[in-house]
Design a protein around this ligand. Structure first.
Ligand SMILES: *Cc1c(COP(=O)(O)O)cnc(C)c1O
Length: 381
């Protein structure tokens, strides 16, 4: 079975991890700060905090934005549940903005409409979490103008998008947002096995991100509420978590980061092949936008004439491990219990019913891709 996604770990990555095991601190050593600096160097962002998952990163980003009980956070239904759960961890309410039919990112017209309504009813959200779905950047400049007008914190869930760019700048640079969150889960652009990072250009956010990711404990005398007792002293000034990344994981992430551009190059090549060679089939293919270069985390097709469940089964029977992204968040029982219903976000729901994710990852060979393309022609023609 050709999987839909797969990590690519080489001997250099393995040596980097073994070096930490043999010679360095396993956690709280120098490899995590090195990885954080490398993420800043790559993205052009000023501050980075490595954490033990993208989900932890989203949680501390919400905490840094001071989200709590009584607040509302908006995101899109077309994402992994973590994009919404992070607000629930803080005790906040979640609401959704539907997606655009073409890009599958947040629908800017729907967002404008929702802001107007929310302002009238005095129910503006505290934060908006946008998702660069499949690695294609949202139109951040336009979105930031809106969030600034309404005084809303803008967080990028960039779990799909590391290595992509927007208006010539790397995703994660935070030029048009308050914070960006990355994931290093094995299917993402680079991996640290599990891991993530929160990026920001705002020192106040960075201090809070680091505080909440490390028990709410500070060793900085300036942050303490009373005088330090001495060099050993630390003080807990908030309720934080242990969301630290270990140095083992950071070593893998750091080594992977040096290969990110080559990974994205191969993903782009494969995506362009699909675009060309599937053009004759009854499908909707991904759009290319003028303002961004996709990181091509996922290559999605939408069936226009065939039954998705049947095609899924036929492809699996022929060794092509397609997948489906995403079950709209508001359709999960947990969110239904909060009052969301089928039909609330029709574009996301419709996309979910017709979408298939084709195999796309850096080590997918030309031969494997040819198999995928041939099998799709067999099944769909
Ligand atoms: C993978 C993913 C996450 C969560 O990242 P983890 O590192 O798995 O916790 C969050 N949001 C989106 C859109 C993702 O794809």
């Amino acid at each position: 079975m050709i999987p839909y996604g797969k990590h690519l770990v080489d001997e250099q990555d393995i040596d980097a991890v073994v070096d930490v095991l043999r010679n360095q601190f396993l956690t709280q050593g120098s490899t995590v700060p090195q990885f954080e600096q490398a993420l800043c160097d790559y993205t052009g962002c000023q501050y980075a905090t490595a954490v033990n998952s993208g989900t932890s990163g989203l949680h501390v980003a919400c905490l840094a934005a001071d989200i709590g009980q009584g607040d509302t956070v908006w995101t899109v239904p077309n994402s992994f549940v973590a994009s919404a759960n992070c607000a629930r961890y803080c005790g906040a309410n979640v609401d959704f903005v539907d997606i655009d039919v073409a890009t599958h990112n947040i629908d800017i017209d729907a967002l404008i409409y929702k802001f107007v309504q929310a302002e009238q009813s005095k129910s503006l959200p505290k934060a908006l979490i946008v998702v660069h779905f499949s690695g294609l950047s949202c139109d951040m400049q336009v979105i930031q103008k809106l969030t600034q007008r309404y005084g809303v914190v803008l967080i990028e869930d960039a779990a799909h998008a590391l290595g992509g760019s927007y208006q010539g700048q790397k995703i994660g640079c935070c030029q048009y947002s308050d914070m960006s969150v990355l994931s290093f889960h094995p299917v993402k652009s680079i991996t640290s096995a599990e891991g993530g990072a929160v990026l920001t250009n705002v020192k106040v956010y960075d201090d809070k991100i680091k505080l909440f990711a490390k028990h709410g404990v500070t060793r900085d005398a300036e942050q303490m509420e009373t005088d330090s007792h001495g060099p050993w002293y630390y003080q807990q000034i908030a309720l934080g978590y242990n969301y630290r990344l270990s140095d083992l994981h950071a070593a893998l992430g750091l080594s992977q980061l040096s290969k990110l551009d080559s990974f994205i190059k191969r993903r782009t090549e494969l995506a362009q092949n699909y675009q060309k060679r599937l053009a004759d089939l009854p499908l909707k293919l991904p759009v290319i936008t003028g303002y961004s270069n996709s990181a091509w985390h996922l290559y999605m097709i939408e069936l226009t004439q065939h039954d998705r469940k049947a095609v899924f089964a036929q492809l699996h029977a022929r060794g092509v491990g397609v997948n489906v992204h995403y079950i709209p968040i508001h359709l999960h029982p947990y969110y239904q219990q909060l009052g969301f219903k089928i039909g609330d976000f029709p574009v996301s729901e419709n996309f979910y019913h017709h979408a298939l994710t084709l195999p796309l990852f850096p080590s997918l060979t030309d031969t494997q891709q040819n198999t995928v393309i041939d099998v799709l022609h067999e099944v769909l023609q």
